[in-house]
Design a protein around this ligand. Structure first.
Ligand code: SF4
Length: 487
């Protein structure tokens, strides 16, 4: 039997599908961030049911019972949630089937995204194929997606939170030849041997494939897929048999930054433009404040007067270097409780950031936007936030402009690559080691069902992670000072 989920896997990659079916144990379980995304999707699904107050929720725990109950309720003239549609060897469970009279139905697929992607069209096309194969008449196909302009005021209003978009025409387009495609995917599932599939752009599109560590594992350490903003060039080189950065033919056209990267890998050395680094360092004014925010955003806004996916800061870390003697002070804030974290965070940050001196952030556009949003939510901070803008310095610049490059950055100017390459401080071994993990951990410790002890552990990990981002920035500047001072 081909389920909708496996159909979509098959569209992405036959090898992935085959492995899921025949060797499910080799698929790693979803990580905390993926699980958090699933949980959000479930919450959104439950809210969408409120768009149809007369709907019947068909339990899904027992596969056969779900199909039987679907059959029994089909003539009730009421919307059905999670109806089990089994037509021969294909199966799906549309989020919402809405009867519109004369034996016709509308399909409504619920998504926690704010737009409709290609994969969503394939998804609904497959559902319609299942329904029509069972003899149902489908009038329209729709996606209920999140309205990112919705502003929460009190209880969530599902009518405002969702936009129901008619995608029937696109489904019509995608349905051409769909039956043949389904037959092919069913055939792949039944094969005894795993199909040979090479790596390709589909390994991360539409979703990151969990088998990437296996399929991509044989690439050399400095592989062409690390080429800075390599895009199509990476697969072009791969197709021509080149796998390592150092093996890129000399006459292959690269941009200036890519050429610096290739030269550094080939020569096993770093690249330094001392004049530009000195000029960057000269722009800094003591006391120097190193700032990093952690934020969360959820499909269903948790706070009044916020929109879906609005970034809400819940934590900051600030390292302060008062003068060139390099005595460092550290201040941090991590919200506690389910209330709005922003008023207390803003008040504490205003105390910490002082009236003068540079404020250094990595990819400072993010910190600037968080501050701008803070002022939007708390107008009493507007003048203060306006006054911070001229003090902001972006530590990303020397690296994104390739005024410094180290081969171990592996073609990335992100803090997570620059810090270990330049200072040796690593994120490996930290319980939380990126912003999405931090947000998921904060949400689970604040709104989830976790013990006091687990919550304490999570909060410690959050403090450690955010503190490393700013403490590491201090060390990066120290290294740049040393490098700039070298003859
Ligand atoms: S990593 Fe790529 S090639 Fe390997 S199974 Fe996944 S999608 Fe297919």
């Amino acid at each position: 039997m081909l389920s909708k989920t496996n159909f979509l896997r098959g569209l992405q990659c036959y090898k992935y599908l085959w492995t899921v079916v025949h060797e499910p144990k080799s698929i790693p379980p979803p990580d905390a961030v993926t699980q958090f995304t699933f949980d959000q999707g479930h919450e959104v699904g439950e809210l969408a049911k409120k768009l149809f107050p007369m709907g019947i929720d068909i339990p899904t725990g027992d596969f056969s019972a779900n199909i039987r109950l679907t059959r029994e309720n089909m003539l009730a003239g009421r919307p059905l949630f999670e109806a089990g549609i089994l037509a021969g060897s294909i199966f799906c469970r549309p989020d919402i089937l809405n009867p519109i009279g004369d034996g016709e139905w509308d399909i409504i697929e619920v998504k926690s995204s704010t737009g409709v992607k290609d994969v969503n069209i394939w998804d609904v096309a497959f559902q319609r194929l299942c329904c029509e194969s069972l003899g149902m008449k489908i009038r329209t196909c729709n996606v209920a997606r999140i309205n990112n302009q919705y502003v929460r005021q009190g209880e969530i209003d599902p009518q405002q939170l969702f936009i129901v978009e008619d995608i029937t025409e696109r489904v019509n387009e995608y349905s051409e030849g769909l039956s043949g495609r389904v037959d092919e995917i069913v055939d792949v599932m039944s094969r005894q041997r795993c199909p040979e599939v090479g790596i390709g752009p589909y390994c991360s599109d539409p979703y990151p494939c969990p088998l990437q560590p296996v399929c991509w594992g044989s690439l050399p350490e400095h592989s062409i897929f690390d080429l800075y903003y390599g895009g199509k060039k990476c697969f072009e080189l791969f197709e021509s048999g080149v796998t390592g950065i150092a093996d890129i033919p000399a006459d292959y056209e690269l941009n200036g930054k890519q050429q610096i990267q290739v030269d550094c890998v080939s020569g096993g050395r770093e690249y330094v433009d001392r004049q530009e680094i000195r000029s960057f360092l000269d722009s800094l004014r003591y006391p120097i404040y190193y700032l990093d925010f952690e934020t969360f955003g959820s499909a269903v806004p948790l706070l009044d007067a916020t929109r879906p996916y609005q970034s809400i800061p819940f934590q900051f870390s600030v390292h302060i270097v008062p003068d060139s003697r390099q005595e460092v002070a550290h201040f941090s804030y991590l919200a506690d409780g389910t209330g709005d974290p922003r008023p207390a965070l803003a008040a504490r940050l205003r105390e910490v950031l002082g009236d003068s001196g540079s404020i250094v952030a990595y990819s400072a556009i993010f910190e600037k936007n968080v501050l701008r949003d803070l002022a939007g939510a708390l107008p009493e901070y507007q003048d203060w936030v306006d006054g911070l803008q001229d003090r902001m310095v972006d530590l990303l610049k020397p690296f994104s402009n390739f005024h410094y490059y180290h081969p171990e950055q592996k073609g990335s100017a992100s803090l997570k690559n620059v810090m270990p390459a330049l200072t040796g401080i690593s994120y490996e071994g930290l319980a939380i080691n990126d912003g999405r993990m931090a947000a998921a951990a904060y949400m689970s410790s604040t709104y989830g069902d976790v013990t006091e002890e687990d919550s304490k552990t999570i909060r410690q990990a959050l403090e450690e992670y955010c503190g490393q981002d700013t403490g590491g920035m201090v060390e990066i500047i120290n290294r740049l000072v040393a490098i700039a001072g070298q003859a």
